[in-house]
Write a protein that binds this ligand. Structure first.
Ligand SMILES: Cc1cc2nc3c(=O)[nH]c(=O)nc-3n(C[C@H](O)[C@H](O)[C@H](O)COP(=O)(O)OP(=O)(O)OC[C@H]3O[C@@H](n4cnc5c(N)ncnc54)[C@H](O)[C@@H]3O)c2cc1C
Length: 464
């Protein structure tokens, strides 16, 4: 029997149970990747570059047999299956709202021509709904979810799959398809923001290398993970998003008795949790999980403020360092993601969706579940409503998590020559302050905006 293996968010040969299934049921397997124009349009420059690398790496490992094509997956796969005498299309399951719609259409199209579709495994450890609370309901907060999920045995990763790959020439060149495109949905000043210049290599080979490197430093993760200048988190997020690694492999390598290892594994389960929350609540891809009715600004001034935030020109050094890290690396440290998100929502009073869209466009690890629910958490409309009261103070955050200003100086060149703690203060440094170096005046007064944010929350409470 001949099958198609449809690669999606599982761009690897190791520990790929769906690929193992295709190899088990078939005498020859046609490995296929389909560019879906709808999905492609939402991929910014960092994810495009990472995906191009990942496809190169996969194709190399498959001995050049990867068939890369483009179009509506339902049409493309049924036409390939019909033309090549394929009996089954096998893929790893995917439970994002968009993936479910797509897979339902593919399954129906294949069934109509008598071809079976088989979805095996998921990009997460457990399929959505795998863990439930005592009343059989989905968990709504992380800690009990983690306690339940962490009890479940994680199977050992599978060996790399080999099969009789059948090569069909590709119809598109991925490097042409994945050239950076413009972000037409953003204000014009953001459309031309240059692509990142310091991106990680994508692909299974690079991901395994990163995992090895992280294994050597993970024992201090619990102490160091909140200090962005140290840069000692795993940076595996894009690998996990594209499935160049599965979390099973991460756990097999990293799990261990040290506090660093335990803290890291716990953190990894946030990804599991948010995938579950999104799968249980598909509407949250666009809507608040728990709306709080806080008014947000719009109009020309709001647009200008959004642009200043997105380009790292707020005049708050730690916020700007984070936004510039995002621009140059397509990645931002988690502590700074929380701070920059809080600044957009609570200092600028903008809709979290604006920030989430910019993150999604620029991040190499842009992932709908993690991104949307990271933003909703910060906005106090997600899985934990209390963070609305927790307004991050950008100066105190800098003092606490970048006390000598190393992170700020690394990403804000205008401030690179300012020594000591003056670099942490908006407008700091005495006469002329930071502005003398071409840096920006603080665009808002944090103390006043904090009051404004809490006042808006109070007013929304009175209205409801
Ligand atoms: C506003 C906001 C937006 C975010 N957007 C994304 C996104 O689009 N894609 C994304 O992968 N993560 C997102 N995160 C979560 C987190 O910031 C990143 O996963 C993390 O910074 C990636 O770096 P790392 O791999 O070095 O993390 P590590 O600290 O090494 O963590 C290991 C892995 O655990 C998972 N993880 C860690 N923290 C979280 C978290 N808070 N939520 C969900 N998963 C987590 C990730 O898969 C990560 O790769 C967002 C967080 C916030 C606050």
């Amino acid at each position: 029997m001949r099958s198609i293996f449809w690669f999606r968010r599982d761009l690897r040969l190791r520990d790929n149970p769906a690929l193992a299934e295709a190899a088990r049921i078939s005498t020859d397997v046609i490995p296929v990747f389909v560019f879906d124009p709808g999905l492609l349009a939402s991929a910014g420059p960092a994810r495009r570059a990472f995906l191009a690398d990942a496809l190169d790496d996969l194709n190399r490992q498959l001995g050049g047999a990867l068939h890369i094509t483009m179009g509506d997956p339902a049409e493309v796969l049924s036409s390939l299956a019909a033309g090549l005498g394929v009996s089954a299309v096998v893929a790893t399951g995917d439970h994002t709202p968009q993936a479910r719609r797509r897979d339902a259409a593919v399954t129906a199209a294949l069934a109509s021509i008598g071809v079976e579709s088989r979805y095996v495994d998921t990009p997460t450890l457990g399929a959505p709904g795998a863990y439930r609370n005592g009343s059989g309901q989905p968990f709504k907060v992380f800690t009990p979810y983690f306690k339940a999920a962490a009890l479940t045995h994680v199977p050992e990763p599978l060996e790399p799959i080999s099969a009789d790959w059948r090569a069909i020439p590709s119809t598109v060149d991925p490097h042409v398809v994945l050239r950076p495109s413009q972000a037409s949905t953003f204000p014009v000043s953001l459309v031309d923001a240059p692509p990142p210049t310091a991106l990680p290599r994508g692909g299974e080979t690079a991901a395994l290398h990163r995992l090895e490197q992280f294994d050597a430093v993970v024992d201090t993760y619990d102490e160091q993970r909140n200090f962005p200048a140290l840069d000692t988190t795993s940076r595996l997020s894009a690998d996990l998003h594209f499935g160049c690694l599965h979390p099973r492999q991460v756990i097999a390598q990293i799990a261990g008795p040290s506090d660093g290892r335990k803290a890291f594994i716990r953190q990894l389960y946030w990804r599991e949790f948010y995938a579950d929350v999104l799968a249980e609540n598909p509407r949250t891809a666009h809507e608040d999980l728990n709306p709080n009715g806080v008014a947000v600004d719009s109009g020309p001034i709001a647009n200008e403020r959004f642009i200043a935030w997105a380009l790292g020109r707020t005049g708050y050094p730690m916020v700007d360092a984070g936004m510039r890290q995002l621009l140059t690396e397509g990645w931002m440290h988690n502590r700074v993601r929380m701070l920059t998100a809080s600044f957009l929502i609570k200092d600028l009073h903008l809709d979290w969706r604006w920030g989430a869209a910019w993150f999604m466009w620029r991040l190499v690890d842009g992932d709908v579940a993690n991104n949307i629910h990271g933003w909703q958490w910060t906005a106090g409309v997600g899985t934990d409503a209390s963070p609305y009261y927790r307004v991050f103070n950008p100066t105190l955050q800098a003092e606490r998590f970048d006390p000598d200003g190393t992170y700020i100086r690394r990403y804000v060149p205008e401030l690179a020559s300012i020594t000591g703690s003056a670099v942490l203060q908006p407008g700091g440094g005495g006469a002329g302050g930071l502005f003398s170096n071409g840096y920006f005046e603080p665009m808002v007064d944090h103390a006043a905006e904090r009051e404004e944010a809490l006042g808006r929350l109070e007013r929304s409470r009175l209205r409801s």
